[in-house]
Design a protein around this ligand. Structure first.
Ligand SMILES: [Zn+2]
Length: 107
């Protein structure tokens, strides 16, 4: 199968057209599909830290965080059929979510 190279319309990276959808590369598709969950993850994470500093019970929030991570994983799997790659993407998105948390915390 021959594939031409196209520019991703979000990040401008050159990628094979077979890997794009709506003109976006796979990285951007993943990022966009989990964006809302990533915000939710960061929000819950901050909440948990706040509760923890008040010695409150954080089990419930921990379960909510796990559920959000689960949903991120499901969405990524829909876009990335290869399981290893899907896990890499999930890890990257979770790191980004934590990075977001640190940025906000550092303000
Ligand atoms: Zn892109």
């Amino acid at each position: 199968m021959s594939s031409i190279l196209v520019f991703c319309r979000d990040c401008g990276k050159q990628v094979p057209s077979s890997q794009t959808r709506d003109g976006r590369c796979l990285d951007c598709q993943v990022r966009k599909s989990v964006a809302d969950l990533r915000d939710e993850h960061a929000r819950l994470w901050r909440k948990r830290e706040r509760y923890r500093s008040q010695q409150a019970n954080v089990d419930q929030i921990g379960r909510q965080i796990a559920r959000v991570e689960d949903r991120m994983g499901h969405r990524i799997k829909e876009l990335v059929p290869n399981e290893r790659e899907a896990i890499d993407y999930l890890r990257r998105e979770l790191e980004a979510a934590r990075g977001q948390r640190y940025t906000i915390k550092g303000l």
